[in-house]
Structures are given as structure tokens and as C-alpha cells.
Write a protein that binds this ligand. Structure first.
Ligand code: PAP
Length: 318
């Protein structure tokens, strides 16, 4: 992984449209919506980030389980360096251990990422179409985790309400739903975000791994082995005998991470409480928030947009 030295000046296109989720104003850029304040970082990252073949890029749509995937991947890659009893995740939120690529460019300077352990692990919410070209050209490994749209939406609604001033009521869920359904959400449209990585995973399965939150929840050890193999660090027979897969699964579980002081009262480098990244961590919480009608509306849209490409969300309920 390498970085270049100069960040060019960026101009935000004048034709931008702003749509609000109240706590966050979004701008549409090249077909995808993103917070206006992050746009220059995204553009700088696209121009200046130079990936290497050995890099590993974790990608997600927001609220799809980035924190979980980050913890799992970091732990797999570093298990020979860090004992689970004395591990950085015990005192550091997973997101702080893995640089979020475009945010590191947000202040207009090229970040120094040269001291990261090898292989270099980075995360991003960028749609596949907007990844820095060096990520595609270097043929580095990409891992994509997605989640069913109904739980993703509910999680996003809760998350963004955290950023409202205390005296400001939350965005009514019906209003937020209409925005999400219309494709207006962070790094949305949600469906196009998924499709970009889904198609890439079909074309280059050895370099793009596509995972689903629900499947990871259902059979974590199976998917942990799959993840480790994809990363090029499969568990050895001895590690299997020692129960390392199950240990990593428990170590990175929602229950385990939320029991840690750092995730209860710590903050991210941007000052967001770590606890905002852990809410319920379950499949199907949408049932407590969506009506039969709104659920059906999202199901229909997902079917319309994704099924023709062979992408479905089973086991999520109707
Ligand atoms: P981000 O988009 O801001 O990066 P991200 O970590 O992708 O957030 O998603 C947060 C969701 O993952 C939360 O879902 P919820 O609102 O439905 O509860 C959070 O609880 C869930 N989550 C975080 N850690 C874990 C984990 N270890 N296992 C399962 N789910 C988790």
C-alpha cells in the first residue's frame, strides 16, 4: 500500500442537490448519495489512494455490520501477533484499528498509511463504481458485507437520530423510510451499492468476497473459515483443534464487544460515542418498526432490483 504526496484542490459540483435526513445533508455525486461534508475526502481518496496487491479492503453499506466485519478480519489477520487475552480489541474499538480510507483524506492532506501492519487492512463505504481505480487495478482483495434492507434501514434511522440536538425530535420513521426507499441514504441507493459488489464478486470471486450479515449471524464459524481462506490465512489443523475459530467468533460477538468498557464509554477519533455502533445486533428488528405495508414495499423493490441478478434475502421474514 502506498500514498501519494499531493492532494489536488477539489471543487464541489455546483449542480448538487441536497436532501436531508435532518442530522445529515446528502449530496448526489456520480449516482450515489453521500454527506456533503465528506465529499472532498471521497474525491481526494479516489485520486490519491494507491492500493497494492496485498491490501485488503473491507466495504459495506452503512449499518451492515462494518464494526463486526472489521473486528473479525483484524483478529484473523493478527492472531499470530496478538493473543486473545491481551488483544488490542479489548481496549480499542474495532473501527479505530482499521483506517476508514476516505475519512483519512477529509482534511485535505494525504494520510500516512505506511506504518500499518502488512497486509494492509482498510475499510470504506464507497460504492464499487467509485472505488479508487488503483484498488481495481492492483487486484487487491475486497470483502463486502451487506445486510437486508429492512434491518439496514432501521439501524440507519436509529444511528442518524443520535446526531440530532437534544431538543430536536427524531425524523419521523415514515419520512426516513420514503428517503431510503427512494434511494436517498448515505452511499445509497442501497440496491445499486449491493449490486456493484455482487457483480464484481461473480466476475472475480477469488478477489471479491460477498458476505451477508444474516448468514454470518446464522453460521458464524462457517463464514469465519471462509473469510480466513479468502484472506489467504486459513486456520491450520492445530488451530482448529485448539478451537480458535470458535474463540474468535465469541471474542468478536456483539455480546463480547459490548461488554467492554471502551465500547460502552469510549469515543471515536471524531468524537462519536463508540456505543452508537452497537445497538441490538440482531436479524429481524425491522419487525418492531416497519408496518406490513412498508415491509412489503421494500421487499418488492428488492425483488425488482436484485432478484434478476440472483441476489436475495431469505430468512429475514415478511
Ligand atoms: P457503520 O455503518 O456506522 O459503520 P456498522 O458497524 O456497519 O455501522 O453497523 C452497525 C450495526 O451492526 C448495528 O446494528 P443494529 O442497529 O441493528 O443493532 C450494530 O448493533 C451491529 N453490530 C455491531 N457489532 C456487531 C457484532 N459484533 N455482531 C453483530 N452485529 C453487530
Amino acid at each position: 500500500m502506498a500514498t501519494s504526496n499531493i492532494v489536488p484542490e477539489h471543487e464541489v459540483p455546483l449542480s448538487i442537490v441536497e436532501k436531508g435526513w435532518k442530522s445529515l445533508h446528502l449530496t448526489q455525486y456520480q449516482g450515489f448519495w453521500r454527506p456533503l461534508k465528506f465529499l472532498s475526502g471521497v474525491m481526494a481518496c479516489r485520486e490519491c489512494f494507491e492500493a497494492c496487491k496485498d491490501d485488503i479492503i473491507l466495504n459495506t453499506t452503512p449499518k451492515s455490520g462494518t464494526t463486526w466485519l472489521t473486528a473479525l478480519t483484524f483478529t484473523i489477520l493478527s492472531h499470530t501477533r496478538h493473543d486473545l487475552d491481551n488483544h488490542p480489541l479489548l481496549t480499542t474499538n474495532p473501527r479505530e484499528l482499521v483506517p476508514y480510507t476516505s475519512a483519512r483524506y477529509a482534511d485535505g492532506k494525504v494520510p500516512d498509511l505506511t506504518n500499518l501492519p502488512s497486509p494492509c487492512l482498510l475499510s470504506s463505504h464507497l460504492p464499487y463504481e467509485l472505488l479508487p481505480t488503483s484498488i481495481i487495478e492492483s487486484n487487491c482483495r475486497i470483502i463486502y458485507l451487506c445486510r437486508n434492507p429492512k434491518d439496514t434501514f432501521v439501524s440507519l434511522w436509529y444511528f442518524l437520530n443520535n446526531f440530532l440536538p437534544e431538543d430536536e425530535p427524531p425524523v419521523p420513521i415514515e419520512e426516513a423510510f420514503e428517503l431510503f426507499h427512494g434511494g436517498i441514504s448515505i452511499f445509497g441507493p442501497f440496491w445499486e451499492h449491493l449490486l456493484g459488489y455482487w457483480k464484481a464478486s461473480l466476475e472475480r470471486p477469488e478477489r471479491v468476497l460477498f458476505m451477508k450479515y444474516e448468514e454470518l449471524k446464522k453460521d458464524p464459524t462457517f463464514h469465519l473459515r471462509r473469510l480466513a481462506e479468502f484472506l489467504g490465512f486459513p486456520f491450520s489443523l492445530e488451530e482448529e483443534r485448539q478451537g480458535l475459530v470458535e474463540k474468535i467468533e465469541r471474542f468478536c460477538s456483539f455480546e463480547s464487544l459490548t461488554s467492554l468498557e471502551v465500547n460502552q464509554s469510549g469515543k471515536t477519533r471524531r468524537g462519536n460515542p463508540n456505543k452508537n455502533f452497537f445497538r441490538r445486533g440482531i436479524v429481524g428488528d425491522w419487525k418492531n418498526h416497519l408496518t406490513a405495508e412498508t415491509s412489503e414495499k421494500l421487499d418488492q423493490l428488492s425483488q425488482q432490483k436484485l432478484e434478476a441478478f440472483g441476489l436475495t434475502f431469505k430468512d429475514v421474514g415478511k
